[in-house]
Write a protein that binds this ligand. Sequence first.
Ligand SMILES: [Zn+2]
Length: 217
Amino acid sequence: MTDMQTVQLSLKIDHDYELWFGKYAKQTLGQIALRDYCYFDWLKTKCESIKENPTSLLDKLKLGDSGNGQNPLYRLCQSKNALDTLNGLKVLLNSYKITERCKEIGCQNSATRVSIYGTVQFGYSVSPAYVYCNKHSPSADEPSKIRLVPIKHDSLLYFGRHFYRGVKTDTRQIQEVLNELAGFKGKITKQNAKSFFQGLEARLFEMPSLDSRAQAI
Ligand SMILES: [Zn+2]
């Protein structure tokens, strides 16, 4: 069994799991991942840290009291269901099969990277039309303004956290493009998010059987 199959088999996602606190209260974890992946990843990281070291980190949390004497993040990380769902959704958004082709004329390779153009000072622009394989990149008058980032949602963490804090609109724009490249369409409703992630899950589960069929031939 390959590593890929091991990951797939361990996914246990509750597509209806809703957060009950914070700025995304009453939204499912899937909706949050599509709306604000950096916050989603922050939740996941915090939960895992608290799980590993409950006492030292609780003091540093600033989310306040949920009303029953327990920090809501602390309660969230007690839920195996929540942790499994956070893990599963993250796996899906970072390992789906990309269907777009490289935009270099004549190239038949699958796209692996999306081009983000701009600077910290003037902001960034990104479009699903500018995707390339590992060999090619777009031509530009100022190549230094181009960044090619992997087509996966973890690329947002680089922009959202480390690269230029605070430019929320650019991060949102990049998130929308990555959502689109993953195949998400429409408004981020509970039902749309659920159908989308179930579709990604089904595509992941399809791959091993397709691979084994190819080998058999
Ligand atoms: Zn190419």
